[in-house]
Design a binder for this molecule. Sequence first.
Ligand SMILES: [Zn+2]
Length: 57
Amino acid sequence: MASPFYKVRCKDCGNQQIIFSKASTKVLCHICGSVLAEPTGGKAKIKGEILEEYRHA
Ligand SMILES: [Zn+2]
């Protein structure tokens, strides 16, 4: 089963960014540097607002 990607919106600046659901490193907003996702050892903890989910067919 493929892990999805998320389109996440930064709560601080509104920037939208694509994030892997199992990101193994902290993901920062490209614009303001706010943390959008934190690794937990499995599925990343998403800090922003998830707008869409992309799965491979
Ligand atoms: Zn931001």
